[in-house]
Design a protein around this ligand. Sequence first.
Ligand SMILES: Cc1cc2nc3c(=O)[nH]c(=O)nc-3n(C[C@H](O)[C@H](O)[C@H](O)COP(=O)(O)O)c2cc1C
Length: 188
Amino acid sequence: MKILTLLGGARKKGSTATVAGWIESELQSMGHEVESIPLQNKDLKGCLACGKCKEVTETVGCIQKDDAIEILDKMVAADLVLFTSPLYFWGLAGPLKTLIDRTFSFYVNYHQPGHASLVEGRRQALLVTGGGPYKNNAEPVFTAFDRLQGPHMAIKSGELYIGGCKTRDDLSEKQKEQAVEFARKIVG
Ligand SMILES: Cc1cc2nc3c(=O)[nH]c(=O)nc-3n(C[C@H](O)[C@H](O)[C@H](O)COP(=O)(O)O)c2cc1C
């Protein structure tokens, strides 16, 4: 399977990148092709809501020419996209949220006859790490992710929350096992 990991965390050696690395290692050992894109230093402009992308059905029709275009094309070409992010104020980190907004360009006619999407049938999975003490800490993010597959016509293949981490030193062996198990699940 061709797998694309989107790294939403700013810290190259942070908890999110560490857990994503464990997932990627397991996927590679299973024979999958994995490409990982750190989003932090990419030029990602916010969606203009201009609707120009809705006039194009065969390609990503966004009129903004920044780094998002190449990443969106890679998302279309992948069998599975693994979205990863630290929890920032109970939401996704900015660069990943901005990129997801730009996936507005993937589909046409949502909730109407003729609904079509460039990522129809592709798999999507989400990893979130967080440090806070709240129960159901990442609930809003997982609810939003669950709805994303509607307009995208994609398939959710898994979601994983790794809590209690301020730095990657807080990560436990048990969480590593969870990450490995998650990797097997999302391609299963
Ligand atoms: C700006 C900012 C906002 C944060 N907001 C939350 C939050 O709402 N809930 C939470 O549990 N942790 C929050 N945290 C903690 C991080 O989500 C947590 O430490 C995460 O594992 C960091 O990932 P990283 O090491 O990949 O950067 C926040 C951290 C920062 C810097």
